[in-house]
Design a protein around this ligand. Structure first.
Ligand SMILES: Cc1cc2nc3c(=O)[nH]c(=O)nc-3n(C[C@H](O)[C@H](O)[C@H](O)COP(=O)(O)OP(=O)(O)OC[C@H]3O[C@@H](n4cnc5c(N)ncnc54)[C@H](O)[C@@H]3O)c2cc1C
Length: 386
């Protein structure tokens, strides 16, 4: 049983909700995290995440970076397109950072955040599924089920970080369906290039190889139908098709682990605040993984919201001026990140005549213009707010 009221209730203790809670742990505020999963019973999420260098700095500030096991650094990003000229290479040393980013399993990040939450003074309730949220003029009222018992909680600020389900009927999101799914799997190959990530654009969607341990985390996009077929291919056929699709940059592909399919779309909440309520991370925007921006942007949402909360007068928590300040602080970065990811998918996922030459020119220009490279890499590492 928990108190029936708190200052801040965070709905969803996934990577974004948990990061917000930890950023507030020394605030003196009464923060409660309601997480539907029970850690011991939840199946491990098979996703690998590419985190930017900027996200590493934020995770250091909230005190969890050093506790994340199994992290592989990215020092080079190689960008190319299939059956066409033009490529660009981003190098960490050209941008004066030790690494451009990092690859890590979602469960490793989640585990480190969860341990930090358990060791903190924050109320962290697992197996607590929120069933209703009503954003009212004086407070947010939350109904949730915990151990088969229905409970209610009033919060001066409710933060929805549930990935997007809770409010989707009441406030339908704007959805752009790209008609693509991603197959993800761990692969090994004959000539891995440690520390190098590959992003290759093809007519059926991007394919990314993210360096991890002895091989790569593969993110291979294709139409929904093709992706379902790819799940059925035997290992030899899968590796052969991957070689044909990706080319020879890392030699023969030798093995592929369990394959999982994720349908991809852009999903934007119509508004990111409601009275006494903020939507964060995937609940606010779910992005195509092409540029690996989803969690990175969600973490910046969490960090900026924490700064607004810490800045505001105690009695102003959840008030419209505080929510307006948060909206304003996120406008540029959020809109730019959504536009950047959406344009990449649209411009680079088709074989329209003429576009291939234009893309080749754009990649070659990017490659030989240090200032443009710095601009793109900085945006990817730190977002539009810098
Ligand atoms: C194939 C793929 C690859 C990706 N690769 C990258 C990448 O390389 N880099 C990157 O930055 N991003 C990447 N992303 C995006 C990234 O996974 C998401 O942006 C990130 O997981 C969002 O975190 P979140 O905490 O907002 O939501 P989630 O991860 O969805 O977490 C939501 C949490 O809320 C809980 N919850 C749900 N409903 C309720 C409820 N009713 N009550 C209580 N709790 C609830 C869930 O159990 C969960 O723990 C990728 C996504 C996909 C699909």
């Amino acid at each position: 049983m928990i108190n029936t009221s708190c200052d801040i209730a965070i709905i969803g203790g996934g990577p974004v909700g948990a990061s917000l809670a930890l950023a507030l742990r020394d605030s003196g505020l009464d923060v409660c995290v309601l997480e539907a999963r029970k850690p011991e019973s939840a199946p491990a999420d098979p996703r690998a995440l590419a985190l930017s260098y900027g996200s590493r700095l934020l995770l250091e500030r909230i005190g969890v970076w050093d506790a994340i096991p199994q992290v592989t650094g990215i020092r080079t990003i190689h960008i190319s397109q299939k059956q066409a000229l033009g490529r660009a290479v981003l190098e960490a040393h050209e941008l004066s950072v030790p690494e451009l980013g990092y690859v890590l399993p979602y469960p490793a990040l989640q585990g480190a955040l969860q341990h930090a939450l358990e060791a903190s003074n924050i109320t962290y309730l697992t197996g607590a599924t929120v069933t209703q949220l009503s954003s009212e003029a004086d407070a947010a009222r939350i109904s949730f089920r915990h151990d088969s018992v229905e409970q209610t909680l009033n919060a001066r600020l409710a933060v929805v970080a549930d990935g997007g389900k809770l409010l989707e009927n009441l406030h339908p999101p704007k959805i752009t369906d790209y008609g693509q799914s991603a197959i993800i799997a761990h692969i090994t190959c004959a000539s891995p290039r440690p520390g190098t990530a590959f992003e290759r654009f093809t007519g059926q969607g991007p394919v990314a190889l993210l360096p991890y341990n002895d091989g790569y985390e593969l993110v291979w996009t294709a139409s929904h139908e093709t992706a379902q077929e790819m799940l059925r291919w035997d290992e030899a056929a899968f590796l052969e098709q991957l070689h044909l699709h990706f080319g020879d940059r890392v030699g023969e592909f030798l093995s592929v682990g369990a394959r999982t399919c994720f349908p991809l779309r852009l999903r934007r909440a119509p508004q990111i605040t409601l009275p006494h309520t903020v939507l964060l991370g995937n609940a606010a925007q779910t992005l195509h993984p092409v540029a690996g921006q989803g969690f990175n942007m969600g973490l910046r949402d969490a960090w900026e919201l924490a700064q607004e909360i810490l800045r505001c007068e105690p009695q102003a928590l959840g008030s419209e001026p505080t929510l307006a300040a948060y909206r304003s602080s996120r406008r540029l970065d959020r809109n730019a990140g959504i536009r950047f990811t959406d344009s990449l998918v649209r411009v680079f996922s088709n074989d329209l005549p003429g576009l291939s030459a234009g893309r080749a020119a754009a990649l070659s220009l990017l490659d030989c213009m240090p200032l443009a490279k710095k601009f793109v890499a900085k945006r990817m590492m730190f977002g539009a707010n810098g």
